[in-house]
Write a protein that binds this ligand. Structure first.
Ligand code: ADP
Ligand code: GLC
Length: 495
């Protein structure tokens, strides 16, 4: 009955997303992809979703047109925060940008300064975002629209549920963990500077080993918790992957669910991707070869069709296992393959990659930086895609790879374990295999799995089976968006 009502117009759920990034306004990783695509998917299921982001300089520029619709007075600030209204480009999702120039009007990365260090005022910047989210949720502005549910994403929004939990009449709250390793930890002085109520300074609230933890706010004070794959939902309840918060998450296990991320097929679709050289599809995969040649040309790789290209795209941080790839590089280069890497992140990895690219010129290409177009071209032009992650809450690149007929080679963790089916004899025989999955986070396991991939690559019929099975997978938002609607109802029931 409820389902029926909710899919009709009788009980439209009103949801406010609060997040620190959303593609195409601002993106540093998968969070941006998700917050940029889930609202539209929910809207297509008749939810009324609006989005709140900081008015970063780049986001305001990309938004183009906007109008100022309200001014909010936030405790502790000497001037109001303006709310700029725009649409998330390419969608009808109403998007509000919290405009407070001192906090957000600066160039570059939303989290890091030009030296790659966190902005020194991040606690203030994201504390402010949380205050604005709570104020909008409670109707403390000219805006009449009031949400039934506030959906918060990652530590930057962790104080929203804290602020709302103290109110008698409030919307329900959901906090989604995209990455438990990033927690928003700050010294005690920040806790006092933010003017948070003193009773919140305790291990049962926001204190975490003598520091202020933004993420604990989300984990403890929201009505429901979710994370971005079923396996990661289990993993974070263990000491190995719990980042010190596994105990808390076990206590909240009844309110924690794992909902797999979806991908935006209008952005990531080899049949109409504007960034790639030639379009192709599961029925006509031939043009993939043209994209391979174009990629080789662009990156200075030898125009060799007999060798597979292994692609890698991502943040260059320990999580992604980039060091494992670097450790195995000399051995990899003894094999008939090429590697194309796109990423940015820790300086030591960037430098090591650059050096190796000189050493193995023609076989190993590296592009340091953030390049949306090249990310698409690697997905289309590579034959295989490597993700040796130490942990991976969901991972989106393996999903893009499946769609692009680029066989993923992944570690069996988190969302990678949930989305890639290993090419065992049996799985290949029944047409289920979509990639290569390995267990250990070590150089030799990585090498063995690449060897498995190379052996399959030589067996063209089997390789095509894998490509077809992968390209036919449906990781669109449809099912996951419905799961979120159910979760919103559950949160409202409890809230
Ligand atoms: P994470 O969120 O941990 O970084 P995901 O796999 O969920 O990992 O998503 C990463 C997203 O960011 C993908 O859309 C990927 O293509 C994109 N991305 C990461 N690094 C780069 C880069 N250097 N250039 C272009 N896109 C990138
Ligand atoms: C995080 C995770 C990644 C996930 C993304 C979107 O950044 O590292 O695995 O896909 O968020 O949920």
């Amino acid at each position: 009955m409820n389902d029926f009502l909710d899919f009709g117009l009788i009980n439209v759920q009103k949801i406010l997303f609060v997040a620190s990034e959303a593609h195409p306004l601002i993106k540093t990783g998968g969070l941006g992809d998700i917050v940029g695509s889930l609202p539209a998917a929910l809207k297509s299921l008749h939810a009324d979703v609006r989005l709140l982001l900081p008015a970063y300089r780049d986001a305001v520029t990309r938004a183009g047109k906007f109008k100022t619709i309200a001014a909010l007075n936030i405790p502790g600030l000497d001037s109001p925060v303006n709310i700029l209204e725009t649409n998330l480009p390419g969608t009808s999702v109403i998007t509000w940008l919290a405009d407070f120039p001192k906090a957000y009007d600066r160039p570059g990365n939303p989290y890091l300064d030009p030296h790659g260090q966190p902005w020194s005022d991040n606690a203030m910047r994201f504390g402010l975002l949380s205050h604005v989210g709570a104020a909008l949720a409670l109707g403390h502005s000219r805006i009449k629209w009031r949400p039934d549910v506030v959906h918060c994403h990652d530590w930057q929004t962790g104080l929203v549920p804290v602020l709302l939990a103290r109110e008698k009449s409030r919307p329900a709250t959901i906090f989604t963990i995209h990455n438990l390793a990033y927690q928003g930890l700050f010294p005690y002085q920040t806790f006092t500077a933010l003017g948070l109520p003193p009773d919140l300074w305790s291990p049962g609230a926001l204190e975490f080993h003598g520091q202020l933890s933004f993420i604990k706010g989300g984990l403890l004070f929201s009505d429901q918790l979710s994370t971005v794959s079923p396996t990661y939902a289990l993993e974070i309840q263990t000491p190995e992957h719990g980042c010190g918060l596994d105990g808390l998450l076990r206590v909240r296990a009844a309110h924690l669910s794992g909902i797999l991320n979806g991908i935006d097929f209008s952005e990531w679709n080899p049949t109409r991707d504007p960034f790639i050289d030639k379009h192709y599809s599961v029925r006509r995969p031939k043009n993939k070869a043209t994209n391979k040649l174009a990629l080789q040309k662009k990156l200075g790789l030898l125009p060799e069709n007999k060798m597979p290209i292994i692609g890698m795209v991502g943040r260059l941080v320990e999580q992604k296992g980039i060091d494992l790839m670097l450790d195995t590089l000399p051995a990899l280069m003894l094999r008939p393959l090429q590697l194309a890497v796109l990423g940015s992140g820790e300086t030591t990895y960037e430098e090591a990659l650059r050096q190796q690219a000189v050493r193995y010129a023609g076989r190993f290409a590296v592009h340091i930086g953030y390049d949306e177009q090249l990310a698409h071209q690697i997905e289309a032009g590579a034959d295989m895609f490597l993700m040796p992650s130490r942990f991976e809450p969901c991972g989106l690149n393996q999903l893009y790879s499946l769609r692009y007929g680029t066989i993923p080679i992944v570690r069996r963790v988190g969302g990678l374990a949930d989305t890639v089916v290993d090419a065992t004899e049996e799985n290949i025989r029944v047409g289920k295999a979509t990639g290569i999955v390995f267990q250990e986070a070590g150089a030799s396991a990585l090498l063995t799995s690449v060897d498995r991939a190379l052996a399959l690559w030589r067996d063209r019929d089997r390789w095509k089976c894998l490509m077809r099975a992968g390209m036919r997978q449906d990781f669109s938002w449809h099912r996951s968006a419905q799961d979120y609607l159910k979760l919103y109802r559950e949160a409202r029931r409890l809230g």
